[in-house]
Design a binder for this molecule. Structure first.
Ligand SMILES: Nc1nc2c(ncn2[C@@H]2O[C@H](COP(=O)(O)OP(=O)(O)O)[C@@H](O)[C@H]2O)c(=O)[nH]1
Ligand SMILES: [Mg+2]
Length: 302
């Protein structure tokens, strides 16, 4: 953890200074008082941990206070860190048995999908994999252009649809091309118009089916990109995507832009989905495997 902790700390500076920064005030008091609990509760909810996680943490802390006879507010601090850490799973080791392995990136417009695809493309390419990016967000000309710009910067190949073309057909062509050229990974950028959510979900289901026709077993993963600044709203989105296309993992983008950062806990508790990567900035190298230890220490860093 040590070597990239500074990156986490920097990326989480807004959260640690804003929502979690107020912990210093709570733990600064000498004795644990009724106010301590109220303040802690308000703070955790404002930090986007969600109601359930907040209540469960408070319950565990109260139990610790009773059973271990804690009386000083500062003693709660390390206990809180432990409680937070206990509520996050380390991401599973990624393995991609199929060649190519096809991964659909889904999420609402603006969540960070296209940027995340570029970052993932770079990461996998750095690991020595042959990566093909597929631009299947054909609803906005800008979406495909944006991915194209990234592929030029990163030197990665792309198969992209014309604006208005059928996203399923683009995905089919992309996968067939990856098979014939021997690529290891296919990363598919999809559309995310929220205002027609039903159509979006129907279309994603279709893209999912078409991928399976191009290559049995595809897509091998569906990764949901969530904007960490959208708070509890992101949970509702996640449920809808999970139901429609069987999300296998979450990527939390824009953690660096969020002043609250507690989303990760709510996602784990309420959706039971692993958090695979975190976006800690806009540059290609600013995507890092989710590290629960660094994350918890980062949000609590003074
Ligand atoms: N600060 C920050 N910005 C991000 C991150 N990921 C994406 N963005 C920005 O969020 C905006 C929307 O991203 P984009 O990839 O176009 O979202 P899409 O509509 O889901 O494809 C862009 O301005 C990105 O640069 C991140 O991890 N940190
Ligand atoms: Mg996009």
């Amino acid at each position: 953890m040590a070597e990239n902790f500074s990156r986490w700390k920097e990326g989480l500076a807004r959260s640690s200074k804003t929502a979690f920064g107020r912990l210093a005030g709570v733990f600064g008091a000498t004795e644990i008082k009724p106010d301590t609990w109220d303040e802690l509760e308000a703070l955790l909810i404002q930090a986007d941990l969600g109601m359930d996680t907040t209540e469960s943490i408070l319950e565990s802390l109260r139990l610790a206070v009773r059973t271990r006879g804690l009386t000083r507010a500062t003693e709660l601090q390390s206990q809180l860190e432990a409680e937070l850490r206990a509520r996050l799973d380390a991401p599973p080791t990624l393995d991609f048995p199929s060649t190519p392995s096809v991964i659909l990136l889904v999420g609402v417009n603006g969540s960070g999908k296209t940027t995340t695809i570029a970052k993932l493309g770079r990461r996998f390419a750095d690991e020595g994999k042959r990566v093909l990016l597929v631009g299947a967000d054909t609803f906005r000309a800008a979406a495909v252009d944006q991915l194209q710009v990234w592929t030029e910067r990163l030197g990665l190949p792309i198969v992209a649809g014309q604006m208005g073309s059928d996203p399923g057909a683009v995905v089919y062509d992309g996968i067939k091309s990856a098979i014939s050229k021997g690529y290891d990974m296919v990363l598919v950028d999809t559309a995310g118009r929220l205002h027609t959510r039903y159509n979006l979900m129907e279309e994603l289901k279709k893209v999912h089916r078409v991928a399976g026709k191009a290559l049995e077993g595809a897509p091998h993963d569906v990764w949901l990109v969530l904007d960490a600044t959208t708070g509890q709203n992101a949970l509702a989105q996640a449920r809808a995507f999970k139901e429609a296309v069987g999300v296998t993992g979450v990527i939390l983008a824009k953690l660096d832009s969020s002043a609250r950062g507690g989303m990760a806990f709510a996602i784990q508790r309420e959706l039971g989905l692993p958090i695979l990567f975190a976006g800690l900035g806009e540059k290609p190298e600013d995507l890092t495997p989710f590290d629960p230890d660094a994350f918890v220490k980062g949000i609590l860093a003074a």
